[in-house]
Design a protein around this ligand. Structure first.
Ligand code: FES
Ligand SMILES: [Fe+2]
Length: 361
């Protein structure tokens, strides 16, 4: 897949961050790039946390449809599975909202499905020949359960180092976190989705854009680790501020960690604070518009007003302000590509390398 002469070079983004130039501005502005990049959303996507099954056992995944175009539904019975949410009769949506149900019934002509996705009953089909067949069952999609969270994919080959990350983050006890809908947000931003990700992947801007957050984090001790499938940034607490209680033997034991910022390619941001998880799901809308969905999963509500994790709405507003101005910069005829800070922009460089590698020859 080719975008044009410039993209055809072997390494659009040089492996050596000291020499590399950032993505060309056209990647952030034109429809051709936007459409070509849709393919990066076929890998693992966050579907739901297991606490969401406390009130419902049928969860339509509308955010995933917005991301990769596939209508899916997560169903918990004896086992949890992810099915197509498209009726096999004539294509109506099966589950319209989250609910508790023993079967799925299509509201168009009454076809019902068992919770294992198989066809259960269809009115007026007694005379139909070779019915039902396997194609009348709901199609099933891959499902990955990880630390209490469910992920689904169109293409399950996408690699994420689940085990290594669990060794690092398993101490959080994420399985016991609970969705707090009061923390949910749905932001529409006038910027390309990759600018939102670029901005997330560096703490370089914190002293300039986030003065309040800068008081809560030790900028000098901020770290960035890149790996296949993502980036882990670690924010260290200022003395006396709230921090994680790390178990003995943990790789980060002895450090005052205020936040783990985990990004999974291409659009999921898991912000772990001592109070719990703030999840950002980035949904591309158009070359210059992006939705960002926030979901909050709480572990220790009493810590929510302290430290780096207490400033989320302020920080989000500040990030959106800068990202929207950068989007306007991308449209400038005077700007095409910039350079990376070798000490502070390893995450952005890694993301751009991952994107460009998909399209390099
Ligand atoms: S489309 Fe579902 S029963 Fe007809
Ligand atoms: Fe920021």
């Amino acid at each position: 897949m080719m975008f044009g002469c410039e993209v055809m070079s072997d390494a659009l983004i040089d492996e050596d961050i000291r020499k590399a130039r950032t993505l060309p501005s056209a990647w952030y502005t034109d429809m051709e790039h936007f459409k070509q990049l849709q393919s990066v959303f076929s890998g693992w996507q966050f579907a739901a946390h297991q606490s969401e099954f406390e009130t419902n056992n049928v969860l339509p995944l509308e955010h995933i449809e917005a991301i990769n175009g596939e209508s899916m539904v997560l169903v918990k019975d004896e086992q949890t599975a992810c099915y197509s949410n498209v009726c096999t009769h004539r294509g109506m949506r099966v589950a319209l909202e989250a609910c508790t149900a023993k079967k799925l019934q299509c509201r168009y002509h009454g076809r019902t499905f068992n919770l294992d996705g198989t066809l259960r009953h269809m009115p007026e089909f007694k005379e139909a020949i070779d019915f039902p067949s396997a194609s009348d069952n709901l199609a099933e999609f891959p499902l990955k359960q990880w630390m209490g969270m469910h992920f689904t994919a169109l293409n399950a080959a996408a690699k994420i180092p689940w085990e290594g990350l669990e060794q690092r983050l398993g101490f959080l006890g994420l399985e016991a976190f609970v969705l707090d809908a009061a923390r949910n947000r749905d932001h529409m931003i006038d910027a390309n989705w990759m600018l939102y990700v670029d901005n997330y992947l560096e703490g370089f801007h914190i002293p300039y854009v986030h003065p309040e957050l800068n008081q809560a984090l030790d900028y000098g001790a901020y770290t960035t680790e890149t790996f296949d499938g993502g980036v882990l940034q670690i924010g260290k607490a200022m003395e006396g501020d709230v921090k994680f209680d790390l178990p003995e033997g943990h790789p980060d034991a002895g450090q005052d960690i205020a936040a783990y910022y985990l990004w999974l390619f291409p659009n999921m941001m898991f912000n772990f604070y001592p109070w719990g998880l703030s999840l950002n799901i980035v949904v591309p809308v158009s070359p210059t518009q992006t939705r960002v969905l926030y979901r909050g999963y709480v572990a220790n509500a009493e810590l929510a007003s302290q430290g780096a994790g207490a400033l989320l709405d302020t920080v989000e507003d500040q990030d959106q302000w800068v990202i929207e101005l950068v989007q306007r910069g991308m449209a400038s005829s005077a700007y095409d590509r910039g350079r990376y800070s070798p000490t502070r922009e390893q995450g952005v460089h890694h993301f751009h390398r991952m994107l460009s590698a998909l399209f390099d020859e």
